[in-house]
Unconditional design. Structure first.
Length: 297
């Protein structure tokens, strides 16, 4: 038979008494009398059917049952206090931590943030980069990732629907001209991004040019590095349309030919499944998903 959940005030009295190993000091902390603390702990022990403390002449000592029960009780009280502060206290004003892919932040999110601040000046934002994702830990309120959209334990909302398009500078280094057709890629430096499954091999295969003999080119661990090198004339990068539209419009990059391939990979807003979202995280989630839908329409 399952035990009934003890009253919260009994658990608080137990946790404070266990921390101080003294009923009097626990009573002072909780603004109760020593007798009330002692009575609540006795009530908890009676409900659980076991002793949690050894009463000694000069204080208290936890029993084995008390030692086992203390960590989950303390963790629960701390989590409840943190959520209460976030919802109703000073925690509501803390900065929202968003981990984001660097190229997505620079070329998609940053130009739109002024609109968010105009709508929600009360929401503080703190951005960190996720060049390499450690899927074993979660240390942000929200995270924007690139991939197929399937990460165990995470909800993923799609933000981009891209086409892959080769891009380069209007003039390459040493005065060379951009390739006029995909066939001319054989003699060009291709700029590759590590970790992107839909890279140059995918684009060449989808456009019917898999037979081309291409050089190894250069490899980068971020797309933003490849795009910058491309803009400086050092080779041909494979851009995502949502990220290179401004650079194409400004003329810093050109698309030397029209062959484009739709992507299955995309940028996704992610957050843990079945987990409380801070109110400010929900505000940002709704806004960025709305921006993505408008861009896709």
């Amino acid at each position: 038979m399952k035990k009934r959940l003890p009253p919260l005030n009994w658990l608080r009295s137990f946790e404070a008494s266990a921390r101080h190993l003294n009923f009097t000091q626990a009573a002072t902390e909780l603004n109760l009398t020593q007798a009330a603390i002692s009575q609540q702990v006795k009530g908890l022990e009676a409900q659980l059917g076991t002793s949690l403390f050894k009463r000694l002449p000069r204080g208290l000592e936890l029993t084995d049952a008390g030692k086992a029960y203390l960590p989950p009780v303390r963790d629960t009280i701390e989590k409840l206090a943190a959520v209460t502060d976030e919802l109703f206290g000073q925690g509501l004003a803390k900065a929202l931590t968003i981990k984001v892919n660097l190229v997505f932040f620079t070329h998609w999110l940053a130009p739109r943030l002024e609109r968010f601040h105009a709508l929600h000046p009360e929401v503080g934002l703190r951005f960190t980069s996720n060049i390499w994702v450690d899927e074993r830990k979660w240390d942000a309120d929200l995270e924007i990732r690139y991939g197929q959209g399937t990460w165990p334990g995470l909800t993923a909302e799609r933000l981009t629907w891209d086409k892959l398009v080769p891009v380069c500078s209007p003039t390459l280094v040493r005065g060379r001209q951009p390739p006029a057709s995909p066939e001319e890629l054989s003699g060009q430096t291709l700029l590759h991004v590590i970790g992107y499954k839909e890279g140059w091999s995918y684009w060449l295969g989808q456009t019917g040019f898999a037979h081309l003999e291409t050089s190894p080119g250069m490899q980068f661990d971020t797309l933003i590095s490849a795009l910058e090198m491309s803009a400086l004339g050092h080779g041909i990068a494979l851009g995502r349309t949502s990220l290179v539209s401004d650079m194409l419009a400004s003329g810093r990059l050109i698309a030397p030919f029209s062959h484009q391939v739709e992507t299955q990979e995309a940028f996704f807003l992610t957050y843990p499944e079945h987990q409380y979202l801070h109110p400010h995280a929900e505000i940002f989630r709704a806004w960025v998903v709305g921006e993505a839908e408008q861009s896709h329409d």
